[in-house]
Write a protein that binds this ligand. Sequence first.
Ligand code: ZN
Length: 273
Amino acid sequence: MKWLRFCQSGEVGWGVAQPDGVVKICSGSPFEAGHHVTAERLPLEGLDLLPPSKPGKIVGVGRNYAEHAKELGNPPPQEPLLFLKPPSAVLAPLGAIQLPPLSQQVEHEGELAAVIGRRCRGFRAGEDPRPYLFGFTCLNDVTARDLQRSDGQWTRAKGFDTFCPFGPYIEDFSRGWPGPEPAPPEWDAARPWHGLRLETRVNDQLRQQGNTADWLFPLDRLLAAISAVMTLEPGDLIATGTPAGVGKLAAGDRVTVTIAGIGQLENRVEAGH
Ligand code: ZN
């Protein structure tokens, strides 16, 4: 099911997007017990979509695709390379990425994000991640590449306001392969995040193309590495890394991250001040 969050007349609501363009309204947050899908319906068209979770933290994974590590001149890491993006960087689907005057080189990084559904600490590699996951969404790990190079650590590069658009939905794979395209050959219901094709376009020009089957570290290794350090809470995001093809964004651009079965995240780019 494709979960979404929206704002209508000042009220925040939750719903489930249907293939026919209708949204079934949910009685409360799907991250909390006791919610149910009601008989109420709204058209998806024109709905003011919010980011589909409220993460307390966003954990990024650096260089999880060998080709991307190589394009920036880095060796593949021996252990998952982790960083944080602040929740203040979150941006809604269709929101505007603001180019900060402090950077001359802001780049897109299209990624699959895992959304945590249950508190997770001390996870062990080899365990099944599914009990801890709410679902998966599209995320753009917007990065000021010049500051990433000059600072040596990544807080400024990854942390500007609007540098973490994600959504529009969280797909939970509770009903198997969601379609509408056929399931990819590598797809496996026991690890539905595997074998997903991922594409990033700027103004409809294909910039990044990858497949989550190419990760250097599988999801159980990522969860183990992260939860050895910090407790993951419902709504938290894990941005699982970006494939090769990162590139610069300019004011006026329209950037989309498309992941098979999950959806398409679209944002425009504006000069910030
Ligand atoms: Zn990234």
